[in-house]
Design a protein around this ligand. Structure first.
Ligand code: ZN
Length: 488
């Protein structure tokens, strides 16, 4: 490997050479969804960003353990310490068990991720399945003296912690400002300071998700699950922790504080964050009416959408921007992506069918190196895409008979396209996508139904022609009592 992989470490605010703690193994943790509603664009971007990282690290030869958690307890409304649990609220409104809500939306999330060709993580742990680990983690922080118990709840003591450690190291927030702005807690609250956050909450009588603990019957604070599950599956120190930029504060800042307090050191070597998505220049939000779920994009069923957009169009659109840039969704931009993707995939299909000549009159050398270089520069997918588009020009000239390409150059070009289009960027061509597969099955059924009609009409010439030609293509066709069966 000539290039070194550089990734931007949010913790140090600079690009750094990626050196795993235990090569060839890489531990990677990404904050997954809180499952109480349908997945939207805000879920698609981190999923696709870290899918690209997962794919590329694997391509580089690393053995990646990719943990993406499912938050199903402890995430309260407005990301606050008080109020209703997001999952429990949905359960109350729908008159369901909280775990029914979780299962329902998790199934739908998986379906959407599969449509976007996001690979499954290695482990997908649930917060509710790791209550014991979370209680143990709270105990460690209490034992270290960085937390206090109050009315059956346990809070992280930000002021105490900041005397020994740097609270704000990730977000760049100033601890004195934070403490100053949150000084006004006059016994109204269980917390000593507004900046303190919950590690364990005593459950109010109406709170249905509750577990026994040394302090009360209650539930864990939202930030705790990631410290507990990251440590459990990746160890006290691991390579990469990712998520959306909106999680930097308080979620990831709190995670660092919990780990430093409980373990004596931060767990994470590289913190990575994807930028946010806006819709027509506006922040996405339920109250703004511009909250579009992935399903709505795939069906076009939303008043802001001029048409349906395929999952691959959404994926391509996200990859056309660098993951640390903002992305603004608009119909115009999506339609441009749709066209671009079509052009790229058409060129790729054309490339498979090109015939080699004696020698190359087009310049295609160096494409692999240029794409690798772009990926190694902090996963610069837009530059990879532009290199592929550049190569399309040569493909089209050869296709039109204006230029020629040698067998060796053709083999290399096909291999580079397969690698970057399919494996690294994860763009599915029509034939390999679910809808393409469906269409192909229907087309074969259609031909065999025409053959049945022909047989009924004693049109043996047509019937034999269809059977013989499909057989020649490798289809195994069996006539049955009620019709036919086939397989390839
Ligand atoms: Zn998290």
């Amino acid at each position: 490997m000539e290039n070194e992989l550089l990734i931007y470490n949010t913790l140090h605010r600079r690009k750094e050479r990626f050196v795993p703690l235990h090569a060839p193994h890489v531990g990677m943790y990404v904050c997954g969804p809180t499952v109480y509603g349908d997945a939207h664009l805000g879920h698609a971007r981190p999923a696709i960003t870290f899918d690209i990282l997962f794919r590329y690290l694997t391509h580089l030869g690393y053995k990646v353990r990719y943990v993406r958690n499912i938050t199903d307890v402890g995430h309260l409304e407005n990301d606050a310490d008080e109020g209703e649990d997001k999952v429990a609220k949905k359960a109350r409104l729908e008159q369901l068990e909280p775990m029914e809500v979780v299962q329902y939306y998790l199934n739908r999330y998986h379906k959407a991720m599969e449509a976007l060709n996001v690979l499954s993580p290695s482990i997908e742990p649930h917060a509710s399945g790791h209550i014991i680990e979370q209680i143990e983690f709270v105990q460690k922080i209490l034992d270290a003296g960085y937390a206090y118990e109050s009315e059956g709840s346990v809070y992280f003591d930000v002021e105490k912690y900041s005397k020994d450690h740097h609270y704000g190291v990730l977000s760049g927030r100033n601890i004195d400002d934070m403490l100053e702005n949150t000084r006004e807690l006059d016994g109204q609250s269980e917390k000593r300071r507004g900046a303190d956050f919950a590690l364990w909450k005593k459950a109010a009588p109406e709170h249905i998700m509750r577990w026994n603990s040394p302090w009360s019957v209650g539930f864990p604070g939202w930030h705790l699950e990631c410290s507990a599950m990251g440590t459990k599956y990746l160890g006290e120190e691991f390579d990469i922790h990712g998520g959306g930029m909106d999680l930097i504060f308080p979620h990831h800042e709190a995670e660092i504080a919990q780990s430093c307090a409980g373990l004596g050191h931060d767990s994470v070597k590289y913190w990575m964050h994807n930028n946010m998505i806006t819709i027509n220049g506006q922040k996405m939000g339920k109250s703004l009416g511009n909250f579009i779920t992935l399903d709505e994009f795939f069906t076009g069923n939303h008043k802001l959408l001029a048409q349906a957009y395929s999952p691959m169009t959404i994926r391509f659109f996200i990859l056309q921007a660098h993951y640390r840039s903002t992305v603004d969704f608009s119909n115009e931009a999506l339609q441009a992506s749709e066209k671009g993707l079509e052009r790229l995939l058409e060129g790729y299909a054309r490339l498979q069918k090109l015939h080699a000549g004696k020698q190359s009159t087009v310049e295609t050398a160096g494409l692999r190196e240029k794409c690798e270089e772009a990926m190694c520069d902090d996963l610069n997918t837009p530059v990879v895409i532009s290199h592929l588009f550049e190569a399309l020009k040569a493909i089209n000239l050869v296709h039109d008979g204006k230029e020629t390409i040698s067998q060796a150059d053709l083999d290399e070009l096909q291999s580079v396209f397969r690698l970057f289009v399919e494996e690294v960027l994860g763009l599915q061509t029509g034939e390999s996508s679910a809808s393409g597969l469906e269409a192909y099955k229907k087309a074969v059924d259609l031909l065999l139904n025409i053959r049945m009609d022909a047989k009924r009409n004693k049109d043996w010439a047509t019937s034999d022609k269809i059977r013989n030609e499909l057989t020649a293509l490798g289809f195994d066709i069996k006539d049955t009592k009620d019709g036919f069966e086939w397989k390839l």
